[in-house]
Ligand binder design. Structure first.
Ligand code: PSU
Ligand code: MN
Length: 306
């Protein structure tokens, strides 16, 4: 295991993997660019604790000093959270520059999947994935997360995608790329802050064992695609659809007016939505990540039992 000369697996994560125990990968762009400090650090540590309480080992992933890291120290998490948008948001194409120059980077869903796969980690929990942006028919802004799901065999447990994206086009893209999109306890794609989008997922699943069986079959057949599990936010934390959609529409309008583009768009929209909704959307965001961490822990355990 770990023949990759660029990868460091923490002792805790390494011993769990070697013992065949469940490990859950976690991304770090959600820490640096997805939430404000200090809630981002508190949340990252709470997510790790939630995974431990569920009997699995957390592996938060990032790039530190040019090394790909699976498993961070609390000090490294604090550093990423405090530096925030001062840390490079690292998607797939950023890796060569960061590693070649010995720099730091916070990993997106795409690079977290990539590094998790290098480390032998099969299950990864987060909040929301990147996708096809609204207006992509002219901007061509499609997240590298979708390409990674098309080519890296890791299960990503999320709460769907935010309506800052075009959810319908995101589903179409995933269908084209052969990525199973599974609704957990639902036939509908959850829309992150809300439980429903009106769009159908590929299949519904009602248990971690079933999710593990689907993933195992995919891997067993030699399919290299990832798998997307979409887990609706718990009812009591879901937001009012009108409130959140008004904030998202305003944030998207402002991004167009201000000419924000490229990798800055998603962090811009995430930060604006938090500002426009006050603390409400942040609390929902934290709760849905914890919910996903619990499901990912159970699913990683079911995969280990097979
Ligand atoms: N969506 C969220 N929260 C996030 C992100 C997306 O609701 O934190 C982050 C993730 O790290 C995701 C990245 O992988 O943004 C996507 O960025 P882009 O659209 O530039 O690929
Ligand atoms: Mn983009």
């Amino acid at each position: 295991m770990n023949l990759n000369p660029y990868l460091d697996i923490s002792p805790e994560v390494r011993s769990a993997l070697e013992a065949g125990k469940p490990v859950v990968g976690l991304e770090s762009t959600i820490i640096s660019h997805g939430m404000p400090y200090p809630k981002n650090v508190e949340t990252a540590l709470l997510v790790e604790q939630t995974i431990r309480d569920a009997g699995a080992t957390p592996a938060t992933i990032a790039i530190i000093g040019g090394r790909l890291k699976a498993g961070l120290t609390p000090e490294e998490i604090e550093y990423l959270g405090k530096t925030g948008r001062g840390v490079t948001k690292a998607s797939r194409r950023d890796l060569p520059v960061l590693v070649g120059r010995g720099m730091d980077g916070a990993t997106t869903v795409a690079t977290t999947m990539l590094i998790a796969n290098m480390a032998g980690i099969s299950v990864f929990a987060t909040g929301g994935i990147g996708g096809v942006h609204r207006g992509a028919e002219t901007t061509m802004d499609i997240s590298a997360d979708l390409e990674e799901l098309a080519q890296t065999p890791v299960m990503v447990v999320c709460a769907g995608a935010k309506a800052i994206l075009d959810l319908g086009l995101t589903l179409e893209y995933l269908e084209t790329k052969g990525v199973p999109v599974i609704g957990y306890g639902t036939e509908e794609l959850p829309a992150f802050y809300t439980r429903r989008s009106g769009l159908k997922v590929d299949a519904r699943s009602d248990s971690p064992e079933d999710l593990a069986a689907i993933f195992r079959a995919q891997r067993g057949m030699g399919l290299k695609t990832g798998m997307l599990v979409t887990n609706p936010i718990p009812e009591q934390y879901a937001m009012d659809e009108n409130v959140i959609n008004a904030a998202i529409d305003q944030a998207v309008r402002e991004s167009v007016e201000q000419g924000v583009h490229g990798k800055d768009i998603t962090p811009f929209l995430l930060a604006r939505v938090v500002e426009l909704t006050g603390g409400d959307s942040l609390e929902s965001n934290i709760q849905l990540v914890l919910n996903n961490a619990r499901l990912a822990s159970k699913t990683a355990a079911a995969l280990c039992r097979a």
